[in-house]
Design a protein around this ligand. Structure first.
Ligand SMILES: Cc1ncc(COP(=O)(O)O)c(C=O)c1O
Length: 347
């Protein structure tokens, strides 16, 4: 049976959250002399002299409506990378506890584990980049606290089978983090719809991809109220800045524009998926449910440098086990994609 209290680090259980000036005063006032702000104003623009809402109340309420969850089931981070780091700090005792990830996958799970001195176990995805569930469960140790599943997976682009995710959620008594950074480009239901069933489920999403807000740094974690309350307790008090909170609220009112953008990116992705296999230097194009495509080429390093010479930067993933010979190519604008295809055809 999963019991969050069994895996939270003892120091986290014991500690109290920082109580900010804005937490201690509730009500209305006209003179604020409680937070050592600059009351003369801001050089950056109106309002920015004040600390932002540490609980991001308005933003969470709006996200909750749109995503069909409760505001108490949402944690907002300075990018989802912050949520990844805080999850480690919440349940992994440095030097003792471990995590399990499924390479080839997103590199920050490993970086963040190393930073937090979390022991790392890895089970390679299968040839078609799915989860070998039995093998994963065999690798679970008494110290395993988190299993990371990235779906659609970066850098391979594919969705992970829902049944495998559920099998792991049922069999593992730690946190199962399903990273859905690219879910908006996939024809699939988000795991946020399963939060009630699985108290050990944490779903990560981000405003960096489909919403086009990578520069503002806003990531989301959806989980049980209990998990979220611990993340809130250990986060830096003002982790989401005022500009990001305001701009995200505005963006959330532009659902139609979001859908248009997603449609255009998916359409461009499909054009690339059809065109790339016809090129002599391309050996294989992996199916993609994301806004990028993993492409196996005849000579990845040479192709990478050749594209660089043409002013086109792609991601060389050829040194990752499971991605030998592969480049990861983000879907660009129509013009950018044509330029890319033209360059590859002339390679
Ligand atoms: C799978 C995955 N998760 C998370 C992130 C990080 O997102 P954020 O910009 O919200 O930190 C990325 C960024 O590339 C990603 O590929």
């Amino acid at each position: 049976m999963f019991n969050l209290q069994d895996i939270i680090r003892p120091n986290v259980l014991k500690m109290k959250a920082y109580s900010s000036a804005r937490d201690e005063f509730k009500g209305s006032a006209s003179v604020f002399l409680d937070a050592n702000e600059n009351n003369l104003g801001s050089l950056a623009g109106e309002k920015y002299n004040r600390y932002p809402d540490p609980h991001q109340k308005k933003l969470k309420e709006r996200i909750a409506e749109i995503k069909g969850v409760q505001p108490e089931q949402i944690f907002l981070g300075n990018g989802s990378d912050e949520a990844i780091d805080l999850l480690f700090r919440m349940v992994c005792r440095p030097g003792q506890d471990s995590m399990l990830h499924l390479p080839p996958t997103y590199g920050m799970y490993e970086v963040s584990a190393n930073l937090n001195e979390v022991v790392m176990d890895a089970v390679q995805l299968t040839k078609d980049f799915q989860i070998p569930v039995e093998e994963v469960l065999l690798h679970v140790k008494p110290t395993t606290r988190i299993i990371f599943i990235c779906s659609p997976n970066n850098p391979t682009g594919n969705l992970i089978e829902q049944e495998s995710i559920e099998d792991i959620l049922r069999a593992f008594n730690g946190l199962v983090v399903v990273d859905e950074a690219y879910i908006d480009f996939a024809d699939a239901l988000s795991c946020t719809t399963r939060l009630k069933e699985f108290p050990n489920l944490v779903v990560l999403q981000t405003f960096s991809k489909a919403w086009g807000m990578a520069g503002l740094r806003l990531g989301l974690a959806f989980a049980s109220e209990e998990v979220i309350s611990v993340l809130d307790k250990i986060k830096p008090p003002y982790n989401i800045n005022e500009a990001t909170q305001e701009l995200a609220l505005q963006a959330l009112e532009r659902q139609e524009a979001l859908q248009d953008m997603i449609e255009e990116i998916v359409q461009e992705r499909e054009l690339l998926m059809h065109a790339l296999p016809t090129m002599a230097s391309v050996e294989h194009v992996y199916p993609s449910d994301a806004n990028f495509i993993l492409v196996k080429v005849k000579d990845a390093n040479r192709m990478y440098n050749y594209l660089l010479d043409k002013g086109i930067v792609v991601r060389n993933r050829s040194s990752l086990p499971g991605c030998e010979g592969c480049l990861r190519i983000s879907v660009g604008t129509l013009e950018e994609n044509q330029k890319l295809l033209q360059a590859i055809s002339e390679f």
